[in-house]
Design a protein around this ligand. Sequence first.
Ligand code: PCA
Length: 323
Amino acid sequence: MSKLSLAAIVLGGIAATAQAQTKWDIASAYPTSNFHTENLTQFAKDVEQAAGGKLRVTVHANAALFKAPDIKRAVQGNQAQVGEILLVNYQNEWQGYGVDGLPFLADSYPEARKLYQAQKPALEKKLGEQGIMLLYAVPWPPQGLFVKKPISSLADLKGSKWRAYSPATTRMAELIGAQPVTVQAADLPQAMATGAVESFMTSGATGYDSKTYEHIKYYYNTQAWLPKNAVIVNRKAFESLDEATQQAVRKAAAAAEERGWKTSEAKDREYVGLLKKNGMEIVEPSPQLKTDMRKMVGEPILKEWLQKAGPEGQAVVDAYKKP
Ligand code: PCA
């Protein structure tokens, strides 16, 4: 290639960049070192690279741009073009957002994948009605129980201050006679430090991110459900990209979804290992505790959800249970 044509290509590239660079902000509510955020950051890099300078994407982690429960509305209003949302945060708006937060409905990675496939058509339809598109979704690792003292049954948690992050975790507190307090992950360290919360269920990931080991000694490996984060985009913002850039975004999203599911599963053990290394006791739940949890919280919460979610919810559960 001649020097002249190389220069023309380089200059052409610069001109294109100067002409039409779109800027996207991505709102996320979790720490930079969290695996979801790392995955999101890789997604942003992949998009930028594939878009060849036409799209600049900035990830704002740690709820710096919007608090977790406000991210969806921010994307709807295009204040953030892309957002990472915890789907169960929006269950009160539409029951379908809460299906992956139902205890013991889908409590392993293969089941969580199956549930995702079953819920996806309804989820995409609902988001579509709200001017949003789903880019990808990735589960948190299975939810375990963090408690200060060893327990033999759920009755031991009566009266304890229970951190909730979803309608199902609030309902769980009520069913076991604990006092629910809604606290988003970003505020969890402080809630523990001030004694506002004493026990909760979440993943080893959030347990580690929140330095739970500084306040709580026991982690019961209950593997109770795998709630998902969904990365969503404002539809108009997406549609204003040229065809090739839209394709680049879709491709990067598909890769992020694959990578995210793998990382979530691989990191589950790693996060629990880190809790242990930092002094926590990792306990396998007794058969009694497991039965308690299914009977006392799993079954009633599913039943109540099906009543509220109606035929649409039933269809998702039926599609999930189909062999
Ligand atoms: N971490 C988030 C949601 C589920 C999880 O593992 C949280 O605790 O808020």
